[in-house]
Ligand binder design. Structure first.
Ligand code: COA
Length: 182
């Protein structure tokens, strides 16, 4: 394993959760293109995410194929916060807890032990993403706050109501240890 990488393997369903590499970025881009519901950015964008932010991103791999992905980063002036930018799971594996496991994998990484809040921007009408973050708050026994951040016109024609910010926390270290084991 490369220095600084973190990998979890669950033998039961052969899913591997690991840090992405630059070589994963074309497949990650394809995954986003195929997801249907999510805006896909340029291939270069995913290359830079995998190359510059692997410690806050995660891929789920099944038999050599990438089946899930989270891109996230720590806002430079808020070291206790992990901002989830995109989260996606292939359609065939949705509803089986893969997204929850992607999140749990990230939060259990040693380099993210200072994280106390998880944030994401999304549309209030996203029926799958809202329950995902509610489930995280429940599991960590903490609050989920929702607030408007940016006006719709900031997003122009791409506006899908993603100006809503969801904030889960504070997540204490005991909860993080427990979710890392679950
Ligand atoms: C959002 C997404 C990543 C969820 O992935 P997933 O692997 O299916 O989610 P999980 O199986 O881990 O489910 C997490 C929670 O959400 C709930 N959930 C998942 N999909 C749901 C749906 N369509 N409707 C209602 N609840 C749903 C699950 O029941 C679970 O809650 P629980 O623990 O209380 O039972 C997936 O639907 C996806 O890729 N959607 C397209 C991209 C997208 O919209 N991303 C989010 C933008 S921020």
């Amino acid at each position: 394993m490369l220095a600084g990488t973190h990998q979890t393997i669950r033998k039961a369903d052969h899913l591997i959760f690991r840090t992405p590499t630059a070589g994963d970025s074309p497949e990650v881009h394809e995954l986003l293109l195929r997801s249907g519901e999510m805006e896909s950015n340029s291939r270069q964008c995913y290359l830079l995410l995998c190359e510059h932010f692997p410690s806050t991103c995660v891929v789920a791999e099944k038999q050599g194929d990438i089946v899930g992905f989270i891109s996230a980063y720590i806002p430079p002036d808020r070291h206790d916060t992990l901002f989830i930018w995109q989260i996606v799971v292939i359609e065939a594996l949705r509803g089986r807890g893969v997204a929850k496991r992607l999140l749990r994998h990230l939060l259990s990484r040693p380099n993210l032990k200072r994280i106390r809040y998880v944030e994401a921007m999304m549309s209030p009408s996203n029926e799958a993403a809202q329950p995902l973050f509610r489930a995280l708050a429940k599991q960590c026994n903490c609050s989920l706050d929702e607030m408007m951040t940016f006006p719709a016109d900031f997003f122009g024609e791409e506006n899908r109501g993603q100006g809503n910010l969801i904030r889960v926390g504070p997540i204490n270290s005991v909860s993080k240890t427990l979710i890392g084991r679950s």
